[in-house]
Each structure stands twice: as structure tokens, then as C-alpha cells.
Design a protein around this ligand. Structure first.
Ligand code: SF4
Length: 299
């Protein structure tokens, strides 16, 4: 595979390549989605993580709901979500998510959360309630959950699966060598185990995972992680360019070109994934409905 444009940690960061320029969010459809989220007192990972696709997704009236508050108990070096004093989960949040999804006329809903290591179930109960409330309000909809690792708590995973999401997503984010610097409170094997457990407990619910490229990983390491994921039974993979949210976050080490992402797509399919969404702007929830539709049609 062609080499990436790379920076070392001591070098000045390289200029962002042209293919990463994106339009700033604006426009009536964008504003309408933003207002709806604000009026519903909801959080979205789109806003908290300052996702580069916000203009596109909000303009298409899609968003990824972030439940369990807006403050995370972990400090991953790539993530822009805020940390802070723990808030008690809001029992009305599932209803508010369901109402907002109905107002947005969504038929594919992605729900994620901050990591709540302070809660005994890691927030699994609120995930399950949000799935149920959303399904009750929008009976024909499909629901994807992007869950944290619940610190390896299998009962928590079971709680989420019992609510029957249509896709169980959990990101490994990067290769194992970089966990200490990028995700110090996470564990690569624990994440793989969660995906394998999900595929074993509920084989009819496809599992999905994702990697960010550009954190300093090598191509053999990426390929090994794809192999590791596939061995868990994972069927959908997403791969996108890591972008440094602020100067305090982990630096971008490589810019991966669209052509290289295309090669990773081919590699993932060769390894056996049913669907691989790969591109500079791909995020875990980017075009999630389209990705799911492709997998559902070949089930
Ligand atoms: S890609 Fe996902 S996180 Fe980003 S704006 Fe779209 S829905 Fe939100």
C-alpha cells in the first residue's frame, strides 16, 4: 500500500491536505436540526466531538444522539468530549431522544453515550430504555447503538442486547500498541471480547467496529487489527482519518489519502467483512443507515 503523508511528534504538523477541506455548518436545514437538538435538551456526538460532517448530516436531518450526559469519565487523547463532575443519568432522556427522533422523522437512529465508569451498569440500562422508548415511538425504525466497553461487564452487554438493537457497534479506535497513549483506560482485548460476546449471544444482530487512521499506526498493524476484528464475528467496519480536535490532543501523524482508504476498503472486504465504510471523513455513524442497508440486504 502507498505510504501516508507522515509527521513525527517533533516536526511541525503538516498542512491539512486539500481533500480534508470541508464546508462550515450553516443553512436552514442545518439550523432546524440544531434547534431541535437544543430545544430537546439533548447532546449529540456530532457537536460534542465537533465532527467535520456536521453540515452534511444536520442538513440531511440526521444526528447521533449522545446519552448519559455530556461529560465523560475517561480521558482518551483523541476525543473532544468534555470531562467533569459526574451527573446522575436523567430518566427522561430516553423519551426526549425518542421524541426528537420522531420530530426529525428518522427511520435509522444511532445512539451512543459518553463512557460512565462511575455507574454500576456503565449506563447499559439507559441504553436499553432509550432503544425501547425510540422503538415504541417509531415502530418501523432501525436502531444502532455505539456502546462503550462497560469495563467488560457482560451483564451490561446482555442488558443492551435484550433491548434488541439492529446493530451493535463498539469501536476499537486504534491498534493495540497505541492504546497506552491514545486510550489509556481502555483495553484492546477487552473490546474484542465484547464484540465476540455480542456475536455469540445475539448472532442475528450484526456487530460493527471502527478505526481512526493517522494516529501513528503502521499498515501491518492496521491489517492485523482488521483480522482481529473479523475473528470476533464483526461484520461491518468503518475507517476514517483522525483529526486533532485541539492542540492539547494527540497529534495527527499521517494523512491517509482517499486512494489509500479505497485500498483499505478492498482489504477489509478481502478479509471477510460484509461491509467496509472507508474514507477521510468516515466516522462510526457516518451514513450508518446506508451501511446497514447493504449488510441487511445480504444477510
Ligand atoms: S458523521 Fe456521525 S457524528 Fe458526524 S455529524 Fe454525522 S451523524 Fe454526527
Amino acid at each position: 500500500m502507498a505510504s501516508s503523508r507522515a509527521t513525527s511528534s517533533k516536526q511541525k504538523p503538516v498542512k491539512k491536505p486539500d481533500w480534508l477541506k470541508r464546508r462550515l455548518p450553516s443553512g436552514p436545514a442545518y439550523e432546524q436540526t440544531r434547534r431541535l437538538i437544543k430545544n430537546g435538551c439533548l447532546h449529540t456526538v456530532c457537536q460534542e466531538a465537533n465532527c467535520p460532517n456536521m453540515f452534511e448530516c444536520f442538513s440531511k436531518h440526521t444526528a447521533t444522539f449522545l446519552i448519559l450526559g455530556g461529560l465523560c469519565t475517561r480521558k482518551c487523547a483523541f476525543c473532544n468530549v468534555q470531562h467533569g463532575p459526574k451527573e446522575l443519568p436523567d430518566p427522561r432522556e430516553p423519551t426526549r431522544v425518542a421524541q426528537a427522533a420522531a420530530q426529525m422523522k428518522l427511520n435509522y437512529i444511532v445512539i451512543t453515550s459518553v463512557t460512565r465508569d462511575d455507574l454500576p451498569d456503565g449506563g447499559a440500562g439507559l441504553f436499553a430504555e432509550t432503544i425501547r422508548a425510540t422503538r415504541e415511538k417509531l415502530p418501523g425504525s432501525r436502531i444502532e447503538v455505539l456502546i462503550p466497553d462497560f469495563q467488560g461487564n457482560r451483564n451490561a452487554l446482555q442488558t443492551v442486547l435484550d433491548a434488541r438493537p439492529d446493530v451493535l457497534n463498539h469501536n476499537i479506535e486504534t491498534v493495540p500498541r497505541l492504546y497506552d497513549s491514545v486510550r489509556p483506560q481502555a483495553d484492546y482485548r477487552r473490546s474484542l471480547t465484547l464484540l465476540a460476546d455480542s456475536a455469540r449471544i445475539a448472532p442475528d444482530i450484526p456487530t460493527k467496529s471502527g478505526l481512526m487512521l493517522g494516529l501513528g499506526e503502521t499498515e501491518p498493524e492496521i491489517e492485523q487489527s482488521l483480522q482481529d476484528l473479523r475473528k470476533t464475528g464483526c461484520r461491518i467496519v468503518t475507517m476514517g482519518q483522525y483529526l486533532q480536535p485541539t492542540a492539547k490532543h494527540h497529534p495527527v501523524k499521517q494523512y491517509v489519502s482517499p486512494e489509500q482508504f479505497e485500498q483499505w476498503h478492498r482489504k477489509a472486504i478481502e478479509i471477510g467483512f460484509s461491509e467496509a465504510s472507508c474514507g477521510p471523513f468516515v466516522r462510526s455513524s457516518y451514513e450508518a443507515k446506508d451501511t446497514y442497508s447493504k449488510v441487511a440486504s445480504i444477510r
